[in-house]
Design a protein around this ligand. Structure first.
Ligand code: C5P
Length: 243
C-alpha cells in the first residue's frame, strides 16, 4: 500500500496516484483536527464512516446531475476520484445559525436563517482560512466570476438535495462546507464538486432532540463522536450489522 506515490496529505485525507492518468485514490484517515490544527486526535473508525457517508452522498449527487470528482468506491477507506485542480475557496452554506456565524454576528445558535446564506473562505492554513468576498476571489484570481456563479449554483443544489435527504431521516442540515475543483477534459474545463461531504464537514442536528451528530462533538469535547457518525450512517441505511 505504501508503495503508491503520495500526491498530497491533508489533515484527514491522503491522495495517492490512481491507476490511470487523471485519476487519484482518496484515502480517509482517522485523524481529527479543529481550531486550525491546534487540536488533534486520532479517532478509530472515523475514516471508514466518513468514506462511506461521503461516497453515498456523492453517488446520489452524481445521480441527480451534480458533477463530482467521485468515480467509485475501492475499499473501506478509499475511493477512486478524478484528478482536479482544487479552487482555493471553501464554500459554506448555512440554513440555521451556528459556529462562526453566531460568534461573528452575535446571533443565537439555532436561529433559523430567513434564507440560505453562502460564504466563501480562502483556503490557507497559515492565515486560518479567512472569510473573503467574491471581490477578493476575483481580484486575486482564485476563481473567475463564471466559476463563482457555478460554485454558488452547485452549492445551492447540493443544499436543497441534502436538506431533503436528512429531513427524511429526522436530521436538520444546519450548515456544511464544500470544495470545488476544475476538471480538465481535452480543451474543456468545468467546475465539479470535490473533497468530501461527511459529518466532519456538516453540522447535523437530530430534529427531535437537537443532539449534535457531527464534528462539533470533537470541537467541544462532547465525546461520542463515533456513535454520532454511526447514527448518521445507520439512518442513511449504510451501517451494517456488528459495526
Ligand atoms: O466554523 P463554521 O461555523 O464557519 O463552519 C461552517 C461549516 O463548515 C460547518 O459545518 C463546519 O463543519 C464546516 N467547515 C469545514 N472545514 C472548515 C471550516 C468549516 O468543514 N475548515
Amino acid at each position: 500500500m505504501s508503495r503508491r506515490r503520495r500526491v498530497y496529505e491533508g489533515k484527514a485525507k491522503v491522495l495517492y496516484e490512481g491507476p490511470e492518468p487523471g485519476t487519484l485514490i482518496q484515502h480517509f484517515k482517522d485523524d481529527a483536527t479543529a481550531n486550525n490544527n491546534q487540536k488533534h486526535a486520532t479517532i478509530e473508525g472515523k475514516g471508514v464512516l466518513n468514506n462511506r457517508i461521503s461516497e453515498f452522498i456523492f453517488t446520489k449527487l452524481n445521480d441527480i446531475g451534480v458533477p463530482t470528482h467521485f468515480i467509485r468506491s475501492i475499499n473501506m477507506r478509499e475511493q477512486l476520484i478524478r484528478e482536479v485542480e482544487i479552487i482555493p475557496c471553501e464554500v459554506v452554506v448555512r440554513n440555521v445559525a451556528a459556529g462562526s456565524l453566531t460568534k461573528r454576528l452575535g446571533i443565537d445558535e439555532g436561529t433559523p436563517l430567513p434564507r440560505s446564506i453562502i460564504e466563501f473562505y480562502y483556503k490557507n492554513d497559515e492565515l486560518g482560512d479567512p472569510m473573503v468576498s467574491e471581490e477578493h476571489i476575483t481580484a486575486f484570481g482564485w476563481a473567475t466570476p463564471q466559476e463563482i456563479d457555478d460554485m454558488m449554483a452547485l452549492a445551492l443544489r447540493i443544499n436543497d438535495f441534502m436538506a431533503g435527504l436528512f429531513l427524511g431521516i429526522g436530521i436538520r442540515l444546519v450548515d456544511f462546507k464544500v470544495e470545488f475543483g476544475r476538471l480538465y477534459e481535452g480543451d474543456m474545463v468545468r467546475v465539479v464538486l470535490a473533497d468530501e461531504i461527511s459529518p466532519d464537514s456538516c453540522r447535523l442536528w437530530d430534529m427531535r432532540t437537537n443532539d449534535k451528530l457531527d464534528k462539533d462533538r470533537f470541537r467541544h469535547d462532547m465525546g461520542g463522536l463515533i456513535e454520532a457518525y454511526q447514527e448518521v450512517a445507520r439512518r442513511l441505511g449504510i451501517l451494517f450489522e456488528n459495526e
